[in-house]
Design a protein around this ligand. Structure first.
Ligand SMILES: Cc1cc2nc3c(=O)[nH]c(=O)nc-3n(C[C@H](O)[C@H](O)[C@H](O)COP(=O)(O)OP(=O)(O)OC[C@H]3O[C@@H](n4cnc5c(N)ncnc54)[C@H](O)[C@@H]3O)c2cc1C
Length: 397
């Protein structure tokens, strides 16, 4: 007797973070047979500063995932404060909408639930191992406990995050940008928190504070690994790193850390392309530069809209070759070129104290420029507005 042939899914989505779950939800909504799998079991922790930008809030609304998140009463954020190493800083308020501070355990759980509601099948505790070509599709080998299982997919979506195994398997991964790592924890009793997120730039990295509601603050510190390593134990390294930010002095004295300190990194990666034969990459698996502007969740959700649109057309026409899917890379360039440029400019400015001091002083004196810059990074205003010569002129003069 021959072994029964495994079912062929239209799409197997690897990784059920925001990018994978949102892609799975959209493909399932379009009527495709979708399997979404993740090595973790939800809710699972994810080290992140947990700021959800107004642009990401709108994308959650389009996905039908916003209402259950709001029902849990997350903090609403009205803007962002940036403080330089000398204590000088500026606050920019969103010109449109509001952001959220939401624990990733809850955010990712709700997005995965939206995928299930749309009809995607979610397999948890299943680790992706390898890909191989198959007749009319792709073999996806996964591990669940001691069992190795083969699945067939017409198209594979790699949404397995920063160190994407799918991207490595496809030969598309490459390093890009500064090599950084981060330590993240939840804390009670951070003094002086308001209705904005905060970024504090120091000599060797930066720290973010995001209110999450109920007096809880997400505290994240990002370290440049080329300059500074992270030593074990991470809780001591976390305190040591935070002590290096003069602008935080006095605000963390009565803090109680109410979660484990989690480390993540190194990050700063991209891919040569985000499409290949019968495969697309989305979210951090496709590109991740630096979390300073807090755009990762937005990019994951927006990228999911593009990946699902492209995969749906390709599945509908049964044209899933690399040549046909290259359209996805063009869509990504169009959607993200301004974001990539702005990320690099911001990264350049914050790594040069003189430039940051100058820009922060200008923005503090001209709140309308600060509001626009913060709104652009949060996708609450079009990027073209900060690339206009008149904006740049007012910023530097
Ligand atoms: C320190 C730090 C702070 C950040 N702060 C913010 C912020 O405040 N706001 C913001 O918008 N963005 C922030 N980001 C970025 C944001 O976290 C990511 O961009 C976002 O999580 C990307 O979502 P994703 O779905 O692509 O990946 P992930 O959320 O990483 O999800 C990937 C999933 O794939 C699964 N997986 C991995 N490997 C396998 C495998 N082999 N088999 C099966 N499953 C697998 C994982 O378990 C995980 O669930 C931050 C990032 C860092 C590092």
């Amino acid at each position: 007797m021959t072994a029964p042939c495994p079912p062929t899914y239209d799409a197997v989505v690897i990784g059920a973070g925001p990018a994978g779950s949102a892609t799975a939800a959209r493909l399932a909504q379009a009527g495709f047979d979708v399997l979404l799998l993740d090595r973790a079991r939800f809710p699972r922790p994810k080290p992140c500063a947990e700021y959800v930008s107004p642009g990401a809030v709108e994308a959650l609304h389009r996905l039908g995932a916003l209402r259950p998140i709001l029902e849990e009463g997350p903090a609403r954020l009205r803007g962002m404060r940036v403080v330089g190493p000398d204590g000088g800083g500026f606050t920019g308020r969103f010109l449109r909408g509001w952001g959220l501070g939401v624990p990733r355990e809850r955010l990712d759980l709700h997005i995965a639930a939206a995928a299930q509601r749309a009809g995607a099948q979610l397999l948890q505790g299943v680790t992706f191992e390898s890909l191989a070509p198959a007749q009319g599709g792709v073999w996806v080998r996964v591990r669940s406990g001691d069992s190795s299982i083969g699945l067939r997919a017409r198209v594979v979506i790699g949404a397995d995050g920063l160190n994407s195994r799918v991207a490595h398997q496809l030969g598309l991964a490459r390093r890009s940008g500064p090599t950084r790592a981060a330590l993240v924890a939840h804390a009670l009793g951070v003094a002086g928190m308001g209705d904005v997120g905060e970024m504090h730039v120091g000599a060797a990295g930066y720290a973010g504070l995001a209110p999450l509601g109920d007096g809880i603050t997400n505290v994240a510190v990002v370290v440049d690994l080329a300059r500074d390593g992270i030593r074990a134990p991470v809780s001591a390294a976390f305190q040591e790193q935070l002590a290096q930010f003069p602008s935080l002095r006095g605000r963390l004295d009565d803090v109680e850390t109410i979660s484990p300190v989690r480390a993540v990194g190194p990050f700063g990666r991209t891919t040569r392309r985000a499409s290949a034969e019968r495969a697309l990459l989305v979210g951090d698996a496709a590109d991740f530069y630096d979390p300073f502007t807090g755009e990762g969740v937005y990019a994951a959700l927006q990228g999911a809209e593009l990946a699902a649109a492209c995969a749906a057309v390709a599945l509908g026409r049964d044209r899933l070759g690399a040549r046909h899917l290259a359209w996805y890379d063009r869509m990504r360039r169009e959607a993200f070129a301004a974001k990539w440029t702005l990320e690099r400019i911001v990264s350049w400015v914050i790594s040069r104290p003189g430039a940051l001091r100058h820009v922060a002083a200008r923005l503090a004196r001209r709140p309308e420029l600060a509001d626009l810059l913060v709104s652009v990074t949060a996708h609450a205003a079009p990027p073209s507005r900060v690339f206009r010569p008149s904006y740049v002129w007012r910023l530097v003069n």
